[in-house]
Design a protein around this ligand. Structure first.
Ligand code: IMP
Ligand code: MG
Length: 180
């Protein structure tokens, strides 16, 4: 297949994303109200746009840290084996943690990250994922809060890439390959 020969069909508009992010932030602010020890942990690289918008809507004192796991490379399939490429800078023992993920797909990444972070004994740990593809799940894991459930489509935009491209789209679209 020619991996450059594709179009992007809009799935979720920038306006819908903004409204949903605002609602998620309100729910999260309520959940963690009165915290003075929240660390928002973004999973690189796909969550960088989402976390930037989300933290600016949070009505909470918080720190921001990042974790990078191994990705799909240029493939559309999960490798299933999750490796930590970049660990957190800060200690999280006794802290409240909000993990921010772009997509929960097979679930391997999130399951691994939750296990790792819980082993460091945070006070509370919750997960906010922008997108969820429940039909693709291979392991039992669920985000505490999800922006949108989507069908089994390969999506890009709003931080999410295909072969490192299209992260800079303001909306979320699905990749459709053109046969010739
Ligand atoms: P999982 O381990 O299979 O749940 O994969 C999670 C990671 O795969 C996400 O954090 C994304 O980075 C990536 N991923 C999953 N689905 C897509 C997609 O449709 N487009 C781009 N990246 C995706
Ligand atoms: Mg990711």
């Amino acid at each position: 297949m020619d991996h450059n020969n594709y179009v992007i069909d809009q799935l979720i508009s920038a306006k819908s994303i903004a409204a949903r992010v605002e609602a998620l932030a309100a729910t999260i602010s309520e959940h963690f109200k009165d915290t003075d020890k929240l660390v928002v942990v973004g999973l690189l690289r796909g969550s960088f746009v989402f976390i930037a918008d989300l933290v600016r809507e949070l009505d909470l004192p918080c720190e921001v840290d990042f974790l990078e796991t191994s990705s799909y490379g240029n493939e559309m399939q999960s490798s299933r084996e999750v490796r930590i490429l970049k660990d957190l800078r800060g200690e999280i023992e006794g802290r409240d943690i909000l993990v921010v993920e772009d997509i929960v797909d097979t679930g391997h990444t999130l399951k691994h990250v939750i296990g790792l972070l819980k082993s460091r004994n945070p006070a509370r740990l919750e997960v906010c994922a922008l997108l969820d593809k429940p039909s693709r799940r291979e392991v039992d894991v669920k985000a505490t809060w999800t922006g949108f459930e989507i069908p089994d489509e390969f999506v890009v935009g709003y931080g999410i890439d295909y072969a490192q491209r299209n992260r800079n789209l303001g909306y979320i679209g699905s990749v459709r390959f053109i046969q010739d």
